[in-house]
Every structure is written in structure tokens, then in C-alpha cells.
Design a protein around this ligand. Structure first.
Ligand code: BES
Ligand code: ZN
Ligand code: ZN
Length: 488
């Protein structure tokens, strides 16, 4: 988690602020406003000198460390053309500032918002970027000195949207921490503990069903996937009611597979370690719930996380087994590695039966095929309601968390029909693997409930080149999109 212990707000830049550095942004027109001009004078023309000497030209993604006439330094960052400014660009600038500060061991920093605007979302995005860019996952290192950005003074920002951006940013970082923890630490119990911690001091209530309980309740799919592990599986429910009870709740479901070995249909050894990230769907739900517990919107929201490992062994479920899910449908298992859709089947059935939801969204690192189709750039989505999908695409554009829709045509639904049971957990060999996942899940959402599935296997971690992500680690992707979709 970012460790920004001290946070102050200020209307103007002052060289006397007790910080080690100032971050000042300029567009490529290199125009300084009055406040920046007088600050520049007070620090021996450090800014105008670096412009004149062509050290800095204001192009986007540029950042230069400029000395002043005292011991403090300036991080001069570029924003490119004024007309091209967007919330994503300013989020990236925020990320670049905090990342650069940390890599240069600057622990206290005054960051100046680079323009005058009433657009709240620009202020929010800047704050998101600063927090996300300061994220490091170093809790498992015992050697080497850890370095954090400890004290921040934000200059010229609108406080309210900025606080919202900070709450969203820290919630994404909270999710990243959980997602980055390996399978021996981030167990189903660890996810349940985090759900309970969110519930402390907030309106969120958490219920956890243990193996015996959910098996007795009829969750035959989760129970089968969990049969190969001694590590206790959990079915986690988080309820947040802050609108009248008659208002239909929205439901978020997240795949909480804390380690996916593939089970008896075992995965190849190379990159199997990455399957510690197979609970990133659960991370989305926990991150969104944490943000909601802080921002307290007037909505009703439910989070559901089915959680287990997928292991092999003499107690494990087998290819060929037929399972009965919570909604009574039977499932033929053709590959024990297609386990995510199985545990989601029970969770979607549970959500459909117990909450008359306005809509259900599920988040899952479900298929390798989505990485082939969309790379690490976009999340694959598919669902049953055109209106809901349109809303999701709108939130995706706003937050710049990219989604791409796949079709759920009848032909694809036919491909998951089984000869001996209602459905099978595989589609047609070598074809449309991501859609087969969605087509399978559709059977477990009650007719009439708007539903959308997010396959985040490509976006939950990976090699995005963004200032506010760290390569190879969890991104917390789609939490920002979900917060926007919830109208917060
Ligand atoms: N957790 C994996 C999906 C995955 C693979 C996510 C690679 C990220 C990177 C999932 O449980 C799985 O194994 N899916 C199989 C499905 C197949 C057996 C139909 C896959 O994608 O190979
Ligand atoms: Zn799998
Ligand atoms: Zn999996």
C-alpha cells in the first residue's frame, strides 16, 4: 500500500513549503501562469532556465529533475499540447510524478495541479494517478531499504474530487496488494479476512460459508473444485445497504481461485506460478467494496466471492464427473482446468436466487484465450443486456479501462451443451474459448436478470507500459470502471 502519511492542501506554490521537491507541469506551449512565474523567480529562475537551455520542452511523458538555488529540486513534467489534454493523460502524469519521486528517493513532495479547471474528473484522475504510481509491492522483501512517498502537499486541486481520487486509488492499491500475494499467503481465508476488515467500521456486512455449509446448501460445483485441497475454501458474501431496502441491489461476483494448478488436467510447469493471480476477480470485488465503504454512496451493493484452490490428488474431482450446481443444473466436467466457470456457476446461481438484483457483473481471470484475442490491452466482456453493456462501455471510455464485447449467439450457447448433462465446461475444441466461458456462465444467471461477464485474464496483471502500473504485477484493473458504473 502507498504510505502517504501526511497530506496537505494548498492554494499556491511556495518555496518555503517543507518538502524536498516540487512537481510542476507545463504544456508544450511552455506558458507559465502568474503563480508559477513568481515561484520561478523565488527559486532562481530554475524553470525558465531549463526551458531556455532546451532541457525541457513540455512534451507528454517528459519529466526532468531540475536543481534550484537552494537544496530543493523541481520535477518538471510535460503534458503535451493543451488541446490534447484528457483525464487519462493527467492520470499518467500523476503516476509519472510519484514514480519518479520514489525512484529518486524523494519522500516529501509538493505537487502542483497544472491547470485551472472546474472539471472534477481531471482533479480526481490526477489524484488516482499519484496514488497508483506510488504503489510498490515490497512487503515480502526483508533485504534492502524500502522507500515510500511519505508526505504530499497538493497545490491548486479541488479538494472533494481529489479526495475521491485518493479513495479510489488506495482501494485499487488495496486490491493490488491482495492480488499480488502468492497462493500460500492469499488463501481463501485471507480473502475472507480482508472482507471482514472492510466490514469493520463500515456499513458492509460480511458472511462466510465454510466447506461443509456450502456443500450442504447444494453448491456442488464449488465443492467439487475444492475437493482436491485441504486449504479451507470459502464462499464469501459482502452486503452493503445504504439505499431503501426496496431498491434492487447490484451484485458483483469475483473468481477467487487462490491458486490454479489445473487440477487433474494439470497445467504445464512454465508460468504456472502466475496462477497465483487467479483470484484477481475477487480483488476487483474487494477493491470496489472498500471504495464503497469509504465513499458511502446511496446504493445497495452485494459482493460475492467463491474461493478455493484447484489442486490434483486422490480427493480431487475428475474429468468426466458430473456435478450439480446451486440452481440444480448438471455440469459435465471435461477439463478440471476450466474450474473458474464452475465456482462462478454456484455464485451466479446464489446471486440470482437470493437478491432480485438490478444487475449482476462477474469478474474472472477465466481464459487464456482472451489474452490471445485482446492481449493485455482490453478486458473481454459479454452479457445479456444491451443497455447494461452500453453503460459499461460508457464507463470504460470515461475511466480508460478498455473493454471489448464478444457475442453470445445461440450457436455459441449450443457449443457448451453436454450429451449426458445440461452443460459441459468446455466449448468446441480450439474455438472461441473466451465466448465458451461466457456461454457456460449464462446458464447460471436467472432469465431476465441483466448480467455481464468480464474476462480479465489479460488485464489483471501483465506487461502494460503505463506509469501507474508496475510490469508483471497486479493492476487492479476494472475497479475504476466499476466505481464509475455504480454512479459513485
Ligand atoms: N485461470 C485460467 C485462465 C488463465 C490462463 C488466466 C492463463 C490467465 C492466464 C483458467 O482457469 C483456465 O485454466 N482456463 C483454461 C480453460 C480451458 C481448459 C477451456 C484455459 O484458458 O486454458
Ligand atoms: Zn484453470
Ligand atoms: Zn483458473
Amino acid at each position: 500500500m502507498p504510505q502517504i502519511n501526511k497530506l496537505r492542501y494548498s492554494a499556491n506554490i511556495s518555496k518555503d513549503t517543507k518538502v524536498d521537491a516540487f512537481a510542476i507541469g507545463l504544456f508544450s506551449d511552455l506558458k507559465l501562469d502568474e503563480d508559477t512565474k513568481s515561484f520561478d523567480k523565488s527559486v532562481g529562475k530554475a524553470i525558465s532556465n531549463s526551458i531556455e537551455s532546451k532541457l525541457f520542452d513540455g512534451s507528454k511523458d517528459q519529466i526532468k529533475i531540475v536543481p534550484t538555488n537552494n537544496s530543493k529540486v523541481i520535477l518538471l513534467y510535460g503534458l503535451g499540447k493543451r488541446d490534447d489534454l484528457s483525464s487519462e493523460l493527467i492520470r499518467k502524469a500523476g503516476g509519472l510524478i510519484s514514480k519518479t519521486a520514489i525512484s529518486n528517493k524523494i519522500s516529501s513532495l509538493s505537487i502542483v495541479f497544472p491547470l485551472k479547471t472546474q472539471d472534477d474528473y481531471l482533479h480526481q484522475s490526477f489524484a488516482e494517478g499519484i496514488v497508483l504510481g506510488s504503489y510498490q509491492f515490497n512487503e515480502l522483501k526483508t533485504e534492502g531499504k524500502k522507500f515510500d512517498l511519505k508526505s504530499l502537499t497538493l497545490v491548486g486541486v479541488e479538494k472533494k474530487p481529489c479526495e475521491k481520487g485518493l479513495a479510489i486509488g488506495t482501494s485499487v492499491c488495496f486490491a493490488r496488494d491482495i492480488e499480488n500475494r502468492p497462493g500460500n499467503i492469499a488463501t481463501p481465508s485471507h480473502l475472507a479476512l480482508n472482507a471482514k476488515n472492510i466490514a469493520k467500521n463500515s456499513k458492509v456486512k460480511t458472511k462466510v460459508f465454510e466447506r461443509q455449509r456450502f456443500t450442504k446448501m447444494g453448491m456442488g460445483a464449488l465443492s467439487a473444485v475444492a475437493s482436491g485441497t485441504e486449504v479451507p475454501p470459502k464462499f464469501i458474501i459482502m452486503e452493503y445497504y445504504n439505499a431503501p431496502k426496496k431498491v434492487k441491489p447490484k451484485v458483483l461476483v469475483g473468481k477467487g481461485l487462490t491458486f490454479d494448478s489445473g487440477g487433474i488436467s494439470i497445467k504445464p510447469a512454465s508460468k504456472m506460478d502466475e496462477m497465483k493471480f487467479d483470484m484477481c476477480g475477487a480483488g476487483v470485488v474487494l477493491g470496489a467494496m472498500r471504495a464503497v465503504s469509504i465513499l458511502k454512496p446511496k446504493i445497495n451493493l452485494i459482493g460475492i466471492i467463491p474461493s478455493t484452490e484447484n489442486m490434483s490428488g486422490d480427493k480431487a474431482y475428475r474429468p468426466g464427473d458430473v456435478l450439480t450446481a446451486y440452481n440444480g443444473k448438471t455440469i459435465e466436467v471435461l477439463n478440471t482446468d476450466a474450474e473458474g466457470r464452475l465456482i462462478l456457476a454456484d455464485a451466479l446461481s446464489y446471486a440470482s436466487k437470493h437478491y432480485n438484483p438490478e444487475f449482476i457483473l462477474d469478474f474472472a481471470t477465466l481464459t487464456g484465450a482472451v489474452v490471445v484475442a485482446l492481449g493485455h490491452i482490453a478486458t473481454g466482456i459479454m452479457g445479456t443486456s444491451e443497455d447494461l453493456i452500453q453503460e459499461i462501455k460508457r464507463s470504460s471510455k470515461i475511466t480508460d479501462e478498455k473493454v471489448w464485447e464478444f457475442p453470445l449467439w445461440q450457436e455459441y450457447l449450443d457449443q457448451v451443451k453436454s450429451q449426458i448433462a445440461d452443460v459441459k465446461n468446455l466449448g468446441s475444441a480450439g474455438q472461441a474459448g473466451t465466448i465458451a466461458g461466457g456461454a457456460f456462465l449464462k446458464s447460471f444467471v436467472k432469465e431476465g436478470i441483466p448480467w455481464c461477464h468480464f474476462d480479465i485474464a489479460g488485464t489483471a496483471w501483465g506487461d502494460r507500459n503505463l506509469s501507474y502500473h508496475n510490469k508483471g504485477t497486479a493492476t487492479g484493473e476494472v475497479i475504476r470502471l466499476v466505481i464509475d458504473l455504480l454512479g459513485i
